[in-house]
Design a protein. Structure first.
Lengths: 144, 250, 290
């Protein structure tokens, strides 16, 4: 039985205490059926990731955090840089769908009403020219 | 809605045999006559409306209400002034929807593809669940007008939302917090101002008014006796009705 | 033939829709927009417990069945990917389908009969590039085209219309049109997708990374299929010019626009002036347009 944790981490933007009951990996596995424990840290996912240069944690480091119950991974920039391109998922030699793992981590926060994007903060010019599909997909990823 | 002290037992007069139904208002049980609207039934039970009440004619959208029937799983939505009571109705009244209306100047807008999206970007959050459509007391295809707003079809959004009375039930239920009735109002305003052809006759008449063409008649009426005005009103000709006898309802 | 346009084809990608309809007609197919479609949701629902975000796609598939069709062509890559992923989930799990059918009690039930096909796939598998080649009136000789796929037609593998690591479909198409292929290792990298909104500069950097190969290999333009890729490489790519000294963004064209040119269709109908980086000069230089 997973035991109740103390304050697990504070989200930097909202200064909100994120309390998860039990281990992070269990929360993640509820949202995706991936065998994260199969990861052997080869780094292939990081090698193919389009936004790797900006990420504070590489995808394989994210997996390691999940396995080791390091809940500060929820505060990383990485999960919000992901563009769900599926390259990591397709190339992983252990067949781990890292894309859905990233989605699970985002969803843990979104389902606590911790949104990444505030709709009203977008500029006029951006809203006028950017294609509909970008808004629809961004809001699905970044707003709960 | 405030309660008065009228007891519902007073309704049972032997000489008045009216078929009744059992309803619940905010948890209390009442027998009310069949054929009453929800609004009339609630007032019959002794309540006095101080809000959520307006035109009583199905037009203003103030009396939006949510209820269930008996042990049914689904919730139902209606306008209290239009919907007739049914057996087992479990009624509550809801406050108006505190949905934020965007601030814009209609004169600064153009009817472009992204205009509505720019003012209300949350329409991109629509998941096509149709909950709004199912909540609408006016049978409007709410989801479809939001979809048309998203893809820049302003005219179609205006057309589909024409019957909207801004009751707010759609906005209350939407999982994406879209304010449908504000969005559709923008669509209708854009269409009316920029898309539909201008009425030359209207413009001409407005010009006449601005130039004061009718001021003499107005001044005359302003100083008229009330009885004379009433008489003029009774004798007025209503074009569409053709020849009408004198004495149209005062 | 019923097609699903998607929201963006009605706004910033009108030229993709117009050119697709025009070339289909030239090839003997009438593309008819399906009735009462709604936004597909653009990205697939990725958590195992989330059914709600499949609704948008599923409702469209019900519409196709209602219109008596068992196939729908899709013009937008992301719409294709989303519709297809929902379709796969519905075919894999009857209980999920039952739940969604029951939720959508105002609709008829989806019976899992619809085949979803991307327009590019349709051209390769049902029209055939050989047939297409025969109908080419103005071969794009001398034009050096860099194919760019992006993600959505290739990944995840359940939806892929070609090999995910080394796809050939665009190269084969370019050859059929008479142009030269500038193959490149960046053709399957992500353009940045929706990060174009909250990571504008990074998306410009993506555009530069993907497109730079072209300049060192003398490509004239980039051929692509997805409206969001087009926006990112074109608009954000142009913005990269002011971020990086000496960088010049290559023009981008949809595969449908290039096919239209090769089939001898009217240039005015291609909407070339809506591009941020004008393709007309290079097309003129290579004698593709006057």
């Amino acid at each position: 039985m997973p035991s109740e944790s103390e304050i697990d981490c504070e989200h930097p933007d909202t200064a909100r205490e994120i309390k998860l009951t039990g281990k992070l990996v269990d929360e993640v596995l509820e949202l995706c059926n991936e065998n994260v424990f199969g990861c052997y840290q080869c780094g292939t996912c990081a090698a193919g990731c389009p936004f790797i240069e900006e990420m504070d944690l590489t995808p394989d480091e994210v997996i390691r955090h999940v396995i080791l119950d390091k809940k500060e991974v929820l505060n990383s920039k990485t999960i919000w840089l992901c563009s769900t391109c599926f390259i990591c998922a397709e190339r992983c030699p252990r067949d781990i769908n890292i894309t859905v793992l990233m989605e699970a981590l985002r969803q843990i926060l979104l389902r606590l009403s911790i949104d990444e994007t505030e709709i009203t903060s977008l500029s006029e010019e951006e809203k006028r020219k950017i294609p509909q599909m970008a808004f629809v997909s961004l809001f699905r990823k970044n707003i709960g | 809605m405030t309660e008065t002290d009228v007891e519902c037992a007073k309704q049972d007069e032997p000489s008045q045999v009216t078929a009744t139904v059992e309803i619940f208002i905010m948890g209390k049980r009442y027998d009310v006559p069949i054929g009453f609207t929800i609004m009339k039934a609630i007032e019959f039970a002794g309540y006095q409306y101080i809000r959520s009440c307006g035109c009583r004619a199905g037009f203003c959208g103030a009396c939006a209400t949510v209820y269930r029937k008996g042990q049914e799983q689904k919730l139902h939505f209606a306008l209290a002034c239009q919907c007739l009571v049914e057996e087992g109705m479990y009624l509550v009244q809801i406050p108006f929807v505190p949905a934020n209306k965007a601030l814009y100047d209609i004169n600064d807008l153009a009817p472009e593809d992204n205009t509505i999206l720019t003012i209300y970007p949350e329409i991109a959050r629509c998941v096509s669940c149709n909950t709004c459509t199912k909540s609408c007391p006016q049978d409007i295809k709410v989801m479809m007008y939001i979809q048309n707003s998203l893809r820049g079809n302003i005219a179609k959004a205006a057309e589909l939302s024409f019957d909207c009375i801004q009751c707010g039930l759609c906005a209350m239920r939407c999982p994406a917090d879209i304010k449908h009735y504000h969005v559709s109002q923008l669509a209708r305003r854009l269409r009316g101002k920029y898309i539909d052809p201008e009425s030359k006759e209207l413009n001409a008449r407005l010009k006449e008014l601005e130039e004061g063409k009718y001021m003499d008649e107005v001044d005359e009426m302003m100083s008229m006796d009330r009885d004379i005005i009433l008489n003029l009103y009774k004798k007025r000709k209503i074009e569409a009705q053709g020849d009408l006898d004198e004495g149209a309802d005062a | 033939m019923l097609y699903y346009p998607g929201c963006t084809l009605k706004t910033s990608a009108k030229n993709l829709e117009a050119s697709a309809i025009a070339i289909a007609e030239k090839l003997g197919y009438k593309l008819v927009e399906m009735d009462d479609w709604n936004c597909c949701g653009v990205v697939a629902s990725l958590t195992s417990d989330d059914l709600m975000h499949h609704l948008a796609s599923l409702r469209n598939l019900i519409r196709v069945e209602e219109q008596g069709q068992d196939k729908v062509l899709v013009l937008c890559d992301m719409c294709y990917n989303t519709l297809k992923q929902t379709d796969i989930r519905m075919k894999a799990s009857q209980s999920d389908l039952d739940t969604l059918n029951s939720f959508m009690d105002e609709e008829s039930d989806y019976k899992n009969t619809v085949k979803i096909m991307h327009f590019l796939e349709f051209l390769r598998d049902e029209v055939g590039f050989a047939t297409l080649k025969k109908k080419v009136k103005k071969p794009l000789k001398g034009l050096r085209v860099m194919p760019y796929y992006g993600c959505m037609l290739l990944r995840p593998r359940e939806v892929a219309i070609d090999d995910a690591e080394d796809p050939r479909i665009l190269s084969d198409l370019i050859k059929a049109l008479g142009a030269k292929v500038v193959d490149n290792p960046y053709k399957i990298e992500c353009c940045g997708s929706y990060r174009t909104i909250d990571q504008k500069e990074l998306t410009s950097r993506r555009a530069k990374s993907i497109s730079s190969y072209a300049s060192t290999h003398d490509a004239d333009l980039i051929m692509l299929s997805c409206p969001l890729c087009q926006y990112n490489l074109d608009v954000r790519g142009k913005e990269a010019e002011s971020m990086y000294d000496g960088y010049s963004q290559l023009p981008t064209l949809y595969f449908t626009q290039l096919i239209a040119l090769a089939l001898g269709l009217d240039v005015e109908s291609l909407g070339l002036d809506s591009h941020a980086v004008d393709p007309a000069p290079i097309l003129r230089k290579r004698g593709v347009i006057d």
